[in-house]
Design a protein around this ligand. Structure first.
Ligand SMILES: Nc1ncnc2c1ncn2[C@@H]1O[C@H](COP(=O)(O)OP(=O)(O)OP(=O)(O)O)[C@@H](O)[C@H]1O
Ligand SMILES: [Mg+2]
Length: 235
């Protein structure tokens, strides 16, 4: 069984967390011990009561993973400023301790069958000095899934991301389109999949529909409807 997958995207806000959580929900429903991970998160909200920063993505993935795993392992590195990790850390005069994130992933790997790791923004986001999300993806060692928008502009962003990933020597499993906002019935939406299939050298794995609620069952159904979960994870 595949040990893990790294979820990146063409941009921030395209649907990485939703796609990652949906995959985890689908895997868990099939009886696979799966956990979502967001090793580094910026834009976290300070909670004065518990005296720590609360990561929205980490918390969402924690819930999709059954709610039992600690946020200390799911999101070990948190920053308040909604910036690239390197910039967010600089705001508070800190360094991004990538090795802490890697240790948490090692620990989670020993506890689960599959980890679904969400990246930060896209691949060319600075994480530390001379270290980007693409470097983190390489160090983690899982194949990539690129989440992309179904709307106008996605062809350029998607091809740039996939080709750059491949130039970096990263293995790209495929592309998932995600309706991060309501469908608009544009010509772009109806023609983008075919154009992408023609120009991508990896599969267009499917399209995650716009979902009105984020219950486990809705997430599970979204993943099962859009993706061949069995094939993707060698089940
Ligand atoms: N399939 C979907 N159906 C409904 N809403 C969605 C869907 N996908 C994404 N969204 C919404 O779009 C927004 C961005 O999605 P999401 O947080 O998953 O993106 P992201 O790539 O993880 O962003 P970030 O770079 O901040 O981590 C969220 O408000 C989310 O609820
Ligand atoms: Mg996210």
């Amino acid at each position: 069984m595949t040990k893990g997958i790294f979820i990146t995207a063409t941009d921030t806000g395209v649907g990485k967390t939703v796609v990652a959580a949906a995959m985890v929900a689908a895997l868990r429903a099939r009886g696979v011990r799966a956990c979502g991970v967001k090793p580094i998160e910026s834009g976290c909200v300070p909670n004065p009561v518990i005296g720590s920063l609360v990561p929205a993505d980490g918390t969402f993935l924690q819930k999709a993973s059954g709610g039992k795993e600690s946020l200390e392992l799911i999101t070990p590195l948190r920053f308040e400023a909604p910036l690239a990790p390197l910039a967010a850390a600089r705001e508070v005069g800190e360094e991004v301790r990538v090795e802490k994130a890697m240790k948490a992933i090692d620990e989670l790997e020993s506890r689960y069958d599959v980890l679904v790791v969400e990246g930060i923004g896209g691949l060319m986001v600075p994480v530390a000095e001379r270290y980007m999300v693409s470097d983190m993806a390489r160090d983690i060692g899982y194949p990539l899934i690129v989440v992309a928008s179904p709307f106008l502009g996605t062809i350029n962003h998607t091809l740039l991301t996939v080709r750059r990933a491949q130039e970096e020597g990263l293995e790209v499993e495929g592309v998932v389109l995600c309706y991060h906002r309501q469908p608009e019935d544009t010509l772009a939406e109806s023609t983008n999949p075919r154009m992408l299939e023609q120009f991508l050298n990896v599969p267009l794995l499917g399209t995650v529909p716009y979902i009105e609620d984020t219950s486990q069952e809705t997430l599970r159904r979204a993943a099962e409807g859009a993706l061949d979960i069995g094939l993707l994870f060698g089940l």
